[in-house]
Design a protein around this ligand. Structure first.
Ligand SMILES: C[S@@+](CC[C@H](N)C(=O)[O-])C[C@H]1O[C@@H](n2cnc3c(N)ncnc32)[C@H](O)[C@@H]1O
Length: 218
C-alpha cells in the first residue's frame, strides 16, 4: 500500500533543518515563522543551481515538495545538486504534482480533462500569462511565468544518473489543491476526479538513497 503524502517516512522529528529558496520574500516569511513557532531552522536564499557556491555541507536527508520541478530548466543538474549535498547513504524524498497533470488545461473554463500541453520535455520553457500567482491568485496584476515539463521517466533517470538507488515510486489518484476546477475535495482535505478516482495519477512520491561511492559532479 503506497504511503499517503504527509506520512512520516523520513524518521523521527527533531532534525536540524536548512531550507533554501530563490525568493527573498519566501525566506523572510520562513524565518519569521521559525521565530514565531520557536522551531529553529536555517534559511538560505539562493538559486538551487548556485547553492554549491554558498553552502558547503552534507545532509542526511534532502526533501522537496509540491511544485518545485516546473521551475527548473535542467533536471540532470537538479539531481546532481541533490547528490552533492547528501552524505553517502543519505536519503532523498520528494512528493510532487504528477507531471502527467501538466498536459491538461487547468484554467477556470476547463470542465473536463482536455490535453493542451506537451508531456515531454522541451528546452524552451512554456510561457503562461495569468492573473496574480499561485501564491496570490486574486492579486490585481498580470503575471508571466515560464515553466518546464519533466516527464516521470526523465526525473527517475536523472536521479539514477546522479548515483541514486530508487527505493520507491508511488503514484496517487488525489492531490492537495484544486489543480483543475472540476476536482472535488473530500472529507480528508484531498482533491479527486469525481466518479473517476482511479483514472489519473495526480501526485507522486519517490524515495532514493545516495549510493555514495560515485563522486557527484555538477
Ligand atoms: C510552488 S513553490 C513550493 C511550495 C512548497 N513546496 C510548499 O509545499 O509549500 C516553488 C518554490 O520554488 C522556488 N524556486 C523556484 N525556482 C527556484 C530555483 N531555481 N532555486 C530555488 N528555489 C526556486 C520558488 O521561489 C517557490 O518558493
Amino acid at each position: 500500500m503506497p504511503l499517503r503524502p504527509g506520512h512520516p517516512v523520513l524518521g523521527p522529528p527533531g532534525a536540524t533543518v536548512t531550507g533554501i529558496d530563490l525568493s527573498e520574500e519566501g525566506i523572510r516569511l520562513a524565518r519569521s515563522l521559525s521565530a514565531e513557532l520557536k522551531i529553529p531552522a536555517e534559511f538560505i536564499r539562493s538559486d538551487l543551481y548556485d547553492l554549491p557556491k554558498v553552502l558547503d555541507r552534507r545532509f542526511d536527508i534532502v526533501f522537496t515538495s509540491y511544485g518545485v520541478l516546473i521551475w527548473l530548466r535542467d533536471i540532470g543538474r537538479w539531481a546532481r545538486t541533490i547528490a552533492r549535498f547528501l552524505k553517502p547513504g543519505g536519503t532523498f524524498y520528494i512528493v510532487e504534482f504528477h507531471p502527467v497533470t501538466l498536459i491538461f488545461d487547468n484554467t477556470e473554463e476547463a470542465t473536463d480533462l482536455r490535453v493542451g500541453f506537451p508531456y515531454f520535455h522541451r528546452p524552451e520553457p512554456i510561457r503562461y500569462t495569468g492573473q496574480g500567482s499561485y501564491a496570490a491568485p486574486d492579486a490585481p496584476y498580470l503575471s508571466v511565468t515560464y515553466e518546464w515539463v519533466h516527464s516521470l521517466g526523465d526525473i527517475v533517470t536523472a536521479l539514477i544518473d546522479a548515483g541514486f538507488r530508487i527505493e520507491f515510486l508511488h503514484e496517487f489518484p488525489y492531490t492537495i489543491c484544486r489543480h483543475f476546477p472540476f476536482l472535488e475535495k473530500g472529507a480528508d482535505g484531498l482533491w479527486r476526479l469525481p466518479g473517476r478516482e482511479d483514472s489519473l495519477p495526480l501526485l507522486f512520491s519517490l524515495r532514493a538513497k545516495s549510493a555514495g561511492e560515485r563522486e557527484p559532479f555538477l
